[in-house]
Design a protein around this ligand. Structure first.
Ligand SMILES: NC(=O)c1ccc[n+]([C@@H]2O[C@H](COP(=O)([O-])OP(=O)(O)OC[C@H]3O[C@@H](n4cnc5c(N)ncnc54)[C@H](OP(=O)(O)O)[C@@H]3O)[C@@H](O)[C@H]2O)c1
Length: 252
């Protein structure tokens, strides 16, 4: 069995670093043409696009802006023509203290929801129409273990946004499977990226590794092959599922 993404194209959001960069490399290795989305890290995204090959290109968008989400989809589909896979990976984990004032807390909540949930919603809406018109496609949403077990008090919005993403995926799977649109959740636990670095700084390395069944922290390259596999069509009858990638922390 081989994961073959030749002659397919994908939009991977938040591809400039961390898990999104690893997904881009894995999908490129399998032959996909990847639209490497970034927010601020233009150089990283451009270098990654060159490395991924198969005509990969970098695309900028601030996904906290609803219009920019729609413009991103338009730019990528205009340039690539057919898109086969949407990977909603971009995400933020803002620490918002409950002890702070209400305005600051609401601001953190709204920004988190805009990037982590509204943006995948807008991109999914546009992708569904595109996929239905072109004979099908796959949406892979990078959610989190936090969707299921919750998170620390400063990350209430983060956990809620990721739980919302799980429900979005399931609704797409239910609603559009017969039209050829498949949808999957991948739910990482702690994974060694800049985002996890912020958590580890706040709560210590032991917080990240203490509940693992394995010896080392998950790396982005431990997540990426699963996304490439889901994109390949080999797992279409798992539509609506969530694949946990958390180093066995549920069973430890
Ligand atoms: N790391 C973990 O432990 C962990 C655990 C569970 C789930 N996850 C999820 O996995 C996904 C990737 O996380 P990561 O750890 O790889 O994160 P990361 O290293 O912090 O990278 C975040 C990515 O999202 C992009 N991004 C941030 N804000 C954006 C905005 N306003 N508009 C558009 N793009 C934006 C960044 O773009 P620029 O770099 O170009 O600014 C970057 O490419 C996220 O959805 C995260 O919630 C991560």
């Amino acid at each position: 069995m081989q994961i073959d993404l030749a002659n397919t194209s994908a939009l991977v959001t938040g591809a400039s670093r961390g898990i999104g960069a690893a997904i881009t490399r894995a999908m490129g290795r399998a032959g996909a043409r990847v639209a490497v989305h970034y927010h601020n890290q233009r150089a990283g995204a451009a270098a990654l696009a060159a490395q991924a090959g198969h005509g990969a290109e970098a695309f900028q968008a601030d996904l906290s802006d609803a219009d920019a989400c729609a413009a991103l989809w338009k730019a990528v589909s205009g340039r690539f023509g057919r898109i086969h896979t949407l990977v909603n990976n971009a995400g933020i984990a803002l620490s918002t203290a409950l002890e702070g004032d209400i305005a600051g807390w609401v601001d953190g909540w709204d920004t988190t929801m805009a990037v982590n949930l509204r943006a995948p919603g807008i991109l999914s809406k546009l992708a569904i129409a595109h996929f239905v018109e072109h004979g099908g496609g796959r949406i892979i949403n990078i959610t989190s273990r936090a969707a299921f077990r919750g998170d620390q008090p400063p990350y209430l919005a983060y956990a809620a946004s990721k739980a919302g993403l799980v429900a979005l995926t399931r609704s797409v799977a239910r609603g559009f499977g017969k039209a050829g649109v498949l949808a999957f959740n991948v739910a990482p636990g702690f994974t060694r990226t800049d985002m996890a670095g912020d958590f580890i700084e706040q709560y210590g390395e032991g917080y990240a590794t203490g509940d693992l069944a394995l010896t080392r922290l998950t790396e982005p390259d431990d997540i990426a092959p699963i996304v490439a596999f889901l994109a390949s069509g080999l797992a279409d009858h798992a539509t609506g599922c969530t694949i946990d990638v958390n180093a066995g922390s549920y069973v430890h």
